[in-house]
Design a protein around this ligand. Structure first.
Ligand SMILES: [Ca+2]
Ligand SMILES: [Ca+2]
Ligand SMILES: [Zn+2]
Length: 310
């Protein structure tokens, strides 16, 4: 399970699908009269409502008629993610095979209590679970487009590369999720600012320009580091590449690195090599892009020539 925020004080297995559910009817124009054409999500989305504790499908007609803002906003954003993957990367759905975005709104905590302060991708159900937040730490998490892209990127990672969710691999997983999210919402490098601490303006879950750890030398030796904290190092390299090549071009290279070049055993150095291989393929081995990327990784203490230990 790959989430947007670290889970605090959680033990044991991640939330599992509660009960088998019937597949939802595809969202979008349905038998019911459409309020307006603009209200129909363009991208492919399937929605479940977990208010009752069970994943209940929301039909296209029910979605169009819904006055539940957490549901309608999450569905609108999920549709935008589907569009974004197609227009930004030419990707046909999160799995590259045309599958719709599948979201579960009002998802509870693992113990069944409501107002989960998190969102996560579950690779077993292939759905994104969106908590309502407690209103203090988070508002409903589907209210942020970048949170949806973050979780969709975990879906892409799981369908393309079998990364472990720990250590540097966990950091790579989280970093790619944040970096691709930063492309959907190009205003800045902050993640989740639209839903994080509704009572406090100007903050965010993470700021890729100002990560907790922005250089390998800052990592405390011997400590177990949480994947979201590990992610800051590759994310800062991506920021510095974007400073030179532009955000869209960085994104093109980073996406290609993920789907075409990243090795399932990669640590930071392997991730760096994947971006170099992608840049070399797109721009040539002697291109400026390649030297910009080498410099960016070195600035965070990662030498792409490192070989994995053992
Ligand atoms: Ca953002
Ligand atoms: Ca806030
Ligand atoms: Zn995540």
């Amino acid at each position: 399970m790959s989430s947007i925020a670290p889970f605090h004080g959680r033990v044991g297995a991640p939330p599992q699908p509660v009960l088998p559910v019937a597949p939802a009817a595809p969202a979008g124009p349905a038998a019911a009269p459409l309020p307006t054409a603009a209200a129909a999500p363009k991208g492919r989305v399937e929605v479940w409502d977990m208010t009752s504790g069970i994943e209940q499908p929301v039909t296209g007609a029910a979605l169009l008629a819904s006055r539940d803002k957490a549901i309608t906003t999450a569905a609108k954003h999920a549709a935008k993610v589907d569009d974004f993957l197609r227009t930004q990367f030419g990707r046909d759905g999160w799995d590259g095979k045309g599958s719709p975005m599948r979201i579960v709104v009002h998802a509870p905590n693992e113990d069944g209590t409501p107002n989960m302060n998190n969102a996560y991708w579950d690779n077993l159900t292939k759905r994104i679970y969106l908590g309502d937040g407690d209103g203090e730490l988070f508002g409903p998490l589907g209210g942020a487009l970048d949170v949806l892209v973050h979780e969709a990127t975990h879906a892409i990672v799981d369908s393309e590369v079998n990364l472990r969710y720990e250590g540097q691999q966990g950091g790579i997983n989280e970093s790619w999720a944040d970096v691709l999210a930063s492309l959907a919402d190009k205003r800045d490098w902050r993640i989740g600012e639209d839903v994080f601490t509704p009572g406090t303006p100007g903050d965010a879950i993470r700021d890729l320009e100002n990560p907790r750890f922005g250089h390998v030398d800052q990592l405390p030796e011997g400590a177990v580091i949480e994947p979201h904290d590990y992610s800051g190092i590759p994310s800062l390299a991506a920021v510095r590449v974007a400073d030179k090549l532009g955000k869209d071009e960085m994104g093109r290279i980073w996406y290609s690195a993920l789907v075409d070049h990243l090795d399932s055993r990669a640590g930071y150095a392997g991730a760096a090599r994947a971006t170099l291989d992608a840049a070399a393929q797109l721009h040539g081995a002697e291109s400026d892009a390649v030297s910009v990327i080498v410099d960016a990784w070195k600035s965070v203490g990662v030498d792409p020539r490192w070989k994995p230990a053992g």
